[in-house]
Design a protein around this ligand. Structure first.
Ligand code: SF4
Length: 460
């Protein structure tokens, strides 16, 4: 979500006449879009901000804008620690970035933070703003903002507000416009995409339209976005296991453009810890839905998130996490040691904190299991021909080209041709490592039609 907000802020500033420069030294304006999900991000942010103090005083007219969820959370604290910041905006004020920079050129510094999204499409859904995309064949499309869940470790509901879905017609109009610009891959974005549209259904019924069923509309959205001509890959983040429904799995299975990849955050394998986290499912229910997903969707890759050392986690709880991870046999996982985020319920459970050495050992033990299943899943792909979208030259080996498969795996391959970013190709997998596949080009497919970089206003 933050990356997407950054694209929108860049788009707004470009529309206002600015250009992106290669370094801070050359810049007149520095924007820091913050995230407070992880603890060390806070520390890095304040470190960066103090380094910028000298940069700002070296030349008249230089400006600093701070945005994002840390700004939403810390508000006046940022101004107290760094009074030289010109503009502080919250997560619901992205659309004001250019205007406030202009205003503070001749006026005092501004902190503008809305507590909730206002009923203005630009404020609620940054997708409706101009954008400067870093990867032109792929577009993030916001379908929902905020979150109505109460996961006890998570700061998102406090900094992103309650869940609000964007209208299906708006989303579709944006996707159609993107497809006309040459975008072939859409990534639908929300904090809990599975519950997308529940609020829209309830409002329609409250307004007297009883033909609308009181349920989420994510499955229908996947089908309609997936049917837009020119869109060849649809991805989405993040689903919540509590709200995963069979109709979504069927939509994934029956819509050719929806990729065979499901990010399915487990967090813990212990029912006791899941209850402490307020996740709303048990390990058994999680595994049952996962088995159903694999039965319905051919060749499905599954990735996950796991938190180790949540307050109160015992050795038995942790062993259960290992067992569930083994049974789930994930393709890959983001695993984290619990870090308390001020303002969350879990941060208050100080007397239940797991000591850091134990949490560290558990993290290492979990990594062994995740590495093993990940490597196994990758080895199973050797000998297959995979469709990839070219992402560019391999960062480690300039003789190789890197592409991404439908299962969201990196595939480094040899080719005698120079392939433009966004080209579709077919590649034979000849080797597998834990985090990537290797292979050689079999056939070049469709060439990209996007311009190298596009700035579009997404709503016609
Ligand atoms: S579902 Fe839970 S973890 Fe995800 S954003 Fe909402 S509160 Fe945070």
């Amino acid at each position: 979500m933050n990356e997407h907000d950054s694209e929108r802020i860049s788009g707004l500033l470009e529309q206002d006449g600015m250009t992106n420069v290669g370094s801070v030294a050359q810049a007149d304006v520095v924007v820091i879009n913050t995230c407070c999900i992880r603890e060390n991000a806070d520390e890095k942010f304040y470190g960066t901000l103090s380094q910028l103090k000298n940069w700002k005083t070296e030349q008249d007219g230089r400006q600093i804008l701070v945005a994002g969820c840390l700004a939403q959370k810390d508000r006046d604290a940022i101004r107290k620690r760094a009074p030289y910041v010109d503009v502080v905006i919250g997560t619901h004020n992205v659309h004001r970035a250019a205007e406030l920079l202009e205003q503070t050129k001749s006026g005092p510094a501004v902190t503008e933070i809305l507590d909730e999204a206002i009923l203005d499409d630009y404020a609620m859904f940054p997708s409706a703003l101009p954008v400067r995309r870093e990867v032109s064949y792929n577009a993030w499309v916001t379908i929902q903002i905020g979150c109505d869940n109460t996961c006890t470790y998570c700061i998102v509901p406090a900094v992103r507000g309650k869940e609000i879905s964007r209208s299906g017609a708006d989303i579709l109009a944006e996707v159609e416009s993107l497809a006309r610009s040459g975008v072939t891959q859409i990534s639908l974005l929300g904090q809990n995409v599975n519950s997308y549209g529940r609020d829209l259904s309830m409002s329609a019924r409250a307004a007297g339209d009883l033909s609308v069923k009181a349920r989420p509309q994510f499955a229908e959205l996947l089908r309609s976005v997936g049917a837009v001509p020119g869109i060849r890959r649809v991805r989405f983040v993040s689903p919540h296991p509590k709200d995963m429904r069979e109709d979504t799995l069927l939509a994934m299975a029956e819509t050719a453009s929806v990729c065979e990849h499901l990010h399915y955050p487990l967090q813990s394998g212990s029912d006791e810890v899941l209850a402490l986290m307020h996740r709303g499912y048990t390990a058994e229910r999680y595994l049952k839905r996962l088995a159903q997903a694999r039965a319905l969707i051919d060749d499905l890759a599954v990735t996950t998130d796991v938190i180790v050392g949540f307050p109160g986690e015992t050795e038995a709880d942790f062993v259960r996490t290992l067992e569930v991870c083994l049974e789930a046999c994930f393709d890959s996982a983001f695993s984290f040691i619990f870090s308390p985020r001020p303002g969350t319920q879990a941060a208050t459970l100080v007397d239940k904190f797991v000591d850091p050495a134990t949490a560290g050992q558990r993290y290492d033990r979990l990594k062994v299991v995740l590495d093993r299943t990940g490597a196994l899943k990758h080895r199973q792909r050797i000998g297959r021909i995979e469709e990839v979208v070219v992402e560019g030259m391999s960062k480690k080996n300039p003789h190789l080209t890197t592409g991404r498969t439908r299962q969201n795996k990196l595939l480094h391959f040899s080719t005698s041709e120079s392939l433009r970013v966004g080209t579709f190709a077919r590649v034979e997998v000849t080797d597998a490592a834990r985090f990537h596949l290797s292979g050689h080009l079999v056939e070049v497919g469709e060439a990209p039609t996007h311009k190298l970089r596009l700035t579009v206003s997404s709503i016609a």
